[in-house]
Design a binder for this molecule. Structure first.
Ligand code: MSP
Length: 543
């Protein structure tokens, strides 16, 4: 049993629309982080799911002429079916309509109610139905909610309130005392600056006269629970809070992945809810930026809502995962265009990595009929031919960056090593060495180092491109059996490829994409569409 444990979550997605590129990104980022922790010797648990109560869902169901539950079943299935398409391996998929979850929400509410932190009061305020929350005048721009562009309605009703203000000082101190509680730092600062203003108490109920699609309050039959109070609890209900084995094992290592749109509920409501209920505070929040498409926020009216299944079908799972991790600086916004994904595939994947793999193994075939030669230690030292220390540097840099969720830097660390190997081929010029029999021991040493380098690369790319990692390892006769990956500790020792191994001719790892073809195809069929193709079947990448 591993002593280190890590629990990663994605937000649970609303079922009022089909999954798009943004949802796919968070799920892939959390999957990459989980797989990285696995190779770093952690035992992991990865949770995702759907958020199914509230006004939004009722409205979407009404538009489709169906019931909220039927509607939620259909869309939740689309989110579930997307995961294998993206090669995201979750341990559990939670739905807020699951009976176990509903029970835990009631238990947590009862606990906080009994401790006196929930009170009943009448309230008049500006309510945005799109956001399902009350607004302060100062939060509006020209009197309108920024997300929905509408003026909130003035409503007066009696409701239950949660005394968040009581915990404001505690939260500020907790954030300051735990520097990696909210990462990256700009979002920690955003939350701290928000906490400079007095916190309003949170309205945590909705009268059933207005909304019935929710969890009934355990202490008042006439009210349902505010959707965020219900949704956030998924992170503990999924682990079997309070007595479940999984809860005890994984909750202390909980880190939530979210985008910047929902840092307030995660950075403020959630820790305070946990504190008030006497539950250990989660370990941390990893906040990323937004994907814009062709420079604009995705929106149905612009018609740039990008379907991740279409991108995967067109370019392949691993290239899509690679692109998302390489292109976005975690924490900042990024821009998605077909030109950038094609250019990354052609330059980083087909050219840098794909070419290196096929060049090295083809040369090994040409000069040694595929047999791995023993490196000559003396020659290696004399001519400074060892790539071992470059490999070690790459592993260390990769580990450091990935531990901080700086995925783009993790990828860069691998690609720096790939670039060193490409240069090494140019300077050692194996084709010249092959011309003279006297140089055969040097040639064998050079190719051995390159093949070992490829082994290290195949291990490091696993969290980002698991299929390619496996494909490389199969070719190198280094398949890892059941587990399917090498830990960093197992990756590290240099010289693991056995001399005498016969390595077959390589398949092409990443076919180059003909940019002219893409341009003319794009003319006919655009990738970004507002009405998604309804089928959820993965296909083959373009050749
Ligand atoms: N249901 C709430 C979350 C409750 S969690 C207890 C919700 N759902 S959502 O469907 O709107 O999902 C929001 C999340 O989807 C973002 O925080 C982010 O993870 C992902 N993204 C949605 N659009 C995105 C982009 N354009 N770019 C990147 N991620 C985006 O909020």
């Amino acid at each position: 049993m591993k002593s280190k444990k890590q629990f990663f979550t994605t937000p649970i997605y609303y079922v009022n629309a089909k999954p798009h590129l943004g949802h796919a990104y968070t799920s892939i980022a959390a999957d990459v982080a989980t797989r990285f922790k696995q190779i770093d010797d952690y035992e992991t648990f990865f949770l995702t799911g759907t958020d199914e109560h509230g006004d939004k869902i009722v409205q979407a169901a009404q538009q489709q002429g169906t019931t909220p539950k039927e509607y939620a079943d259909n869309i939740s299935k689309l989110f579930q079916d997307l995961l294998p398409v993206l090669n995201v391996k979750n341990n559990h998929f939670i739905r807020t309509t699951d009976p176990d979850h509903i029970q835990v929400v009631k238990d947590v509410l009862s606990k906080i109610y009994d401790s006196g932190d929930i009170y009943f009061s009448s309230y008049e305020g500006l309510y945005c139905f799109g956001c399902e929350r009350f607004y302060q005048e100062r939060e509006l721009v020209d009197g309108k909610c920024q997300d929905h562009g509408v003026e909130p309605e003035l409503i007066k009703e009696s409701n239950y309130f949660f005394k968040m203000s009581k915990y404001q000082e505690w939260l500020i101190n907790h954030i300051k005392a735990n520097p990696d509680f909210i990462q990256p730092a700009q979002y920690k600062n955003e939350i701290l600056s928000f906490l400079k203003e007095p916190l309003e108490d949170l309205c945590i109920s909705r009268p059933k006269s207005r909304l019935t699609w929710g969890i009934t309050l355990p202490f008042d039959e006439d009210y349902v629970t505010y959707v965020w109070f219900d949704a956030l609890v998924n992170y503990i209900s999924a682990l079997g809070y309070p007595d479940g084995k999984l809860f005890k094992k994984f909750w202390p290592g909980a880190r939530h992945f979210v985008a910047k749109d929902i840092i307030k509920p995660h950075g403020i409501y959630w820790p305070i809810m946990l504190k008030a209920a006497g539950i250990q505070i989660y370990n941390g929040l990893n906040v990323h930026g937004f994907w814009n498409v062709k420079g604009s926020k995705m929106s149905k009216s612009i018609g740039n809502v990008t379907d991740p299944i279409q991108v995967t079908n067109k370019y392949g799972i691993d290239p899509f995962r690679y692109f998302l991790m390489r292109e976005m600086v975690f924490g900042l916004d990024a821009n998605f265009t077909e030109e950038t994904i094609v250019s990354r595939i052609n330059s980083d994947l087909a050219n840098d990595l794909g070419n290196l793999f096929s060049r090295v193994l083809s040369m090994n075939h040409r000069y040694f009929t595929g047999e791995v030669k023993e490196p000559d230690a003396e020659i290696e030292k004399q001519k400074n031919l060892s790539l071992a220390s470059d490999a070690k540097k790459a592993i260390d840099k990769f580990r450091q960056a990935m531990s901080l969720c700086e995925f783009h830097k993790g990828v860069e660390a691998i690609w720096q090593f790939i670039s060193i190997m490409n240069k090494y081929i140019d300077t050692t010029a194996p084709w010249t060495l092959a011309k003279d029999d006297a140089n055969i021991p040097i040639l064998g040493t050079v190719l051995y180092n390159l093949i070992e380098g490829l082994r290290v690369v195949s291990c490091l790319i696993y969290p980002i491109m698991p299929q390619t990692s496996l494909k490389m390892q199969k070719t190198l006769c280094m398949e890892k059996g059941e587990k399917g990956f090498y830990t960093l500790k197992e990756t590290f020792p240099w010289g693991q490829i056995k001399k005498g191994t016969i390595i077959a001719k390589p398949d092409i790892l990443f076919p180059r994409i003909d940019t002219d073809k893409i341009k003319s195809k794009n003319h006919k069929k655009k990738l970004a569409v507002s009405n998604f193709d309804k089928s959820v079947t993965p296909g083959n990448p373009v050749k």
